[in-house]
Design a binder for this molecule. Structure first.
Ligand SMILES: Cc1ncc(COP(=O)(O)O)c(C=O)c1O
Length: 370
């Protein structure tokens, strides 16, 4: 029974009703009570702004970057606070020196946050190309007709074989939103580095749930409202020191030397751009949201992503095994169990309707809930 399992995150951290099973993790995770309390404490200070000095206000983003870095196994100086995954990828797209004839490649059917920032570069002559990851893989208007990933799916091979001399950047979801396929980042990074291609990762469906090794990416973007359990409206961009040095600044008054404490006149424009993640941040920070985000990240850091991953591993296995005992889904469960055994899927399970439509899947979920 799931209720007797050891939980890495106690139910008492949340306000989830006991009789509720929240299976929509791939859309939004629940915010811990502690995070809501932190937001409330911040707002209480805003009611009397003289209780919130500049120094205290500046510590809020610092704490958020530090907790994010701890979770991602990174340095705080490598973290840029953004307001979504899309904003993080847009920063990347807009600040890299990509020009006419350069190509950005993505797997077919990415969540649009990993398509539009690159499509926006088409007006500069940058090419955008989608690559199918298995035979029969379709997307767009035809996405419901797609075949599901077969058990021997090899997305890295497909992507690496599709790189061309003009490909300057490969942008992938770490964990794909429609099918849960988890890409082998070390293998992709190896293949990209050999060809001078930047590897950018949309990590929102894995962050906080799977441990990440950022040394096998050049850039990692995530929103915070799924596995990071924070309110919507924030995101994180991690960049390697080498890539960040090659990215143009975004041009905010908080992205230059000595901007923070006003130790020089604000109108003094003779300054260097910062070289850390603040280089791309957008002026004054969202203290309310960041107060909550910091506390959500603290909760996760206390629990550890390794323990969360072990727990979700058990849950996924239990779900798939139960599914195998459901006659209508025996074959689908066998496919998913094999992908799971091969480390191709983890906590995000994408059931394929096999021509039976979404109503069939909803009915299955209702049965499972009962
Ligand atoms: C893979 C992926 N990337 C990004 C997002 C969200 O993007 P944003 O944070 O820009 O709203 C989602 C889902 O909401 C997603 O599944």
């Amino acid at each position: 029974m799931l209720c007797v399992m050891h939980l890495p995150l106690s139910r008492d951290l949340f306000t989830l009703p006991r009789d509720l099973t929240w299976v929509m993790h791939c859309a939004e995770g629940p915010v811990p009570i502690r995070a809501a309390d932190a937001a409330h404490a911040f707002l209480t200070k805003e009611l009397a702004p003289w209780t919130l000095g500049v120094e205290e206000w500046l510590k809020i983003p610092q704490r958020a970057r530090a907790e994010a870095a701890r979770l991602l196994g990174a340095e705080a100086s490598q973290v840029t606070l953004t307001h979504s995954t899309s904003a993080a990828l847009t920063i990347l797209a807009q600040t890299l020196a990509l020009g006419p004839g350069d190509e950005v490649m993505v797997p077919r059917g990415e969540f649009p946050s990993n398509a539009w920032p690159w499509r926006a570069l088409e007006s500069r002559g940058v090419l955008f190309r989608e690559v199918p990851l298995w035979p029969g893989h379709t997307s767009g208007a035809a996405c419901l007709n797609s075949t599901p990933p077969p058990v021997d799916v090899d997305p890295e091979l497909r992507l690496l074989e599709a790189l061309r001399p003009e490909t300057k950047l490969l942008a992938v979801s770490w964990v794909r939103f429609q099918d849960g396929l988890t890409l082998d980042l070390p293998r992709l990074y190896d293949g990209c580095r050999g060809r001078g291609v930047i590897l950018a990762v949309d990590g929102i469906q894995g962050a906080g749930t799977l441990p990440i090794d950022l040394s096998v990416t050049d850039a990692f973007a995530t929103g915070v409202h799924k596995g990071l359990l924070a309110p919507q409206g924030h995101g994180l961009l991690w960049t390697s020191d080498a890539l960040r040095a090659a990215m143009h600044p975004m041009g905010s008054w908080m992205s230059v030397a000595d901007a923070d404490l006003g130790s020089r006149p604000y109108t003094d424009l003779q300054r260097e751009w910062l070289t850390d993640g603040r280089r791309f941040e957008q002026g004054g920070q969202h203290g309310l949201g960041l107060s909550a985000l910091t506390e959500s990240l603290r909760v996760l850091n206390e629990a550890t992503v390794t323990a969360i991953r072990a727990h979700t591993h058990e849950l996924t296995q239990a779900l798939l095994q139960a599914l195998r005992r459901t006659p209508a889904f025996e074959a689908e469960a066998a496919r998913l169990l094999e992908l799971f055994a091969r480390g191709r899927i983890h906590h995000l399970v994408g059931l394929h309707h096999h021509g039976r439509g979404s109503a069939f899947l909803n009915a299955l979920l209702e049965t499972a809930r009962a």
